[in-house]
Design a protein around this ligand. Structure first.
Ligand code: AHG
Ligand code: MN
Ligand code: MN
Ligand code: MN
Length: 329
């Protein structure tokens, strides 16, 4: 990384990259909300904010208290931003109008991996910024292919709070300076290795996968003792942002296949506010992101909370996996 850029603030980065001020302003507001979320999460056991609410979301999940609180923090922060026209969230059934004059439609997973809250595991906030479609209903404005995204990012709340972001020209990592409450640049031009020996999947679902992922997993495991002698390792954190951040940091393949369980025919992860932003970030790192047949960014959603299978990460491994499941179908 160019040392003269190291520790430059996010605002200095926006100026240096001549990012549209309206778009940059939306991201700055998102980051202000994420700093508030990071502080809230760090005190949540003290303030009795862990645990579940008595509500559920459109995906049929019981909403954690913090799912709802993080959603509210983001909504309150963006409510007054004149550049935001529509706001959508995992935790709200419908997309809402914010400001009629806004140019952007913003979708959120306010707290990704929220089941990790009760075990103090890493969680994150994922966001996707699309050009607002004119005179459309709020929901309609989000029914655009992920390739239309103007910006995509996630903030991971781990040992360090980090922002991983792309405006479509490379992927950058910023780290929160907690004292100064600013995100500073710590990685630019991030590249994901073309090959990997690390895979990430929830093997507990193996008996219900729709496609022959089992044959692909056997291929990985045979590598350990087969002629290829390639030792694969496995990691599964329960939070997509944590598993994807490992891929962004050192390569890997992340898999959430479609399966026969109720409501999971198209997988578990949501296209608009989980898979699409992650896919744009990965493509800007030279990595790949597919559903079980096409590039995720090429899919035009028909519903706000539509789910998708995800096969994402080191390109060579993604294509090897696709060949295994295509051959078997
Ligand atoms: P969310 O907490 O936003 O609902 O997302 C949880 C997702 C994703 O973060 C993670 O990869 C996946 O659920 C884990 O699913 P399993 O619990 O089935 O492994
Ligand atoms: Mn959820
Ligand atoms: Mn999520
Ligand atoms: Mn969530």
């Amino acid at each position: 990384m160019n040392d003269s850029n190291r520790n430059k603030t996010f605002s200095q980065f926006l100026l240096r990259k001549s990012i549209d001020p309206g778009l940059g302003g939306v991201v700055n507001d998102i980051l202000s909300a994420c700093i508030d979320i990071a502080n809230t999460l760090s005190k949540s056991p003290i303030e009795g904010l862990t645990g579940s609410s008595d509500k559920s979301n459109s995906s049929g999940e019981t909403q954690k208290t913090l799912d709802l609180l993080c959603n509210q923090i983001l909504r309150d922060q963006l409510r007054h931003n004149q550049s935001v026209k529509h706001f959508a969230s995992e935790e709200q059934n419908n997309a809402i109008n914010v400001n009629e004059s806004g140019a952007f439609s913003v979708a959120f997973d306010p707290l990704d991996g929220s089941t990790n809250i009760d075990i103090n595991g890493s969680v994150g906030t994922i966001f996707s910024i699309l050009p607002a479609l004119s005179s459309s209903s709020p929901e309609e404005s989000f029914l655009q292919p992920g390739s239309n995204q103007l910006c995509a990012g996630y903030v991971i709340y781990g040992p360090a709070t980090q922002l991983v972001i792309t405006f479509g020209k490379g992927t950058y990592i910023f780290t929160l300076d907690v004292e100064k409450e600013v995100f500073v640049l710590t990685e630019e031009g991030v590249r994901v290795p073309y090959e990997t020996s690390e895979f990430s999947i929830n093997m507990a679902n193996a008996r219900s996968w729709n496609k022959e992922f089992g044959n692909y997993i056997d291929h990985l495991l045979d590598g350990k003792c087969g002629p290829r002698q390639k030792n694969y390792n496995m990691r599964w954190s329960g939070a997509m942002v944590a598993d994807i951040h490992r891929v962004v940091s050192r390569g890997g393949i992340f898999l959430y296949p479609s399966d026969k369980r109720k409501g999971m025919q198209s997988g578990k992860l949501r296209l608009i506010y989980e898979a699409n932003p992650i896919a744009l970030i990965l493509y800007n790192c030279g990595a790949s992101a597919f559903n079980e047949s096409n590039s995720i960014l090429s899919v035009t959603p028909s519903r706000l909370h539509q789910r998708t299978p995800v096969i994402a990460g080191s390109t060579k491994e993604v294509y090897t996996c696709l060949n295994y499941i295509q051959d078997e179908s």
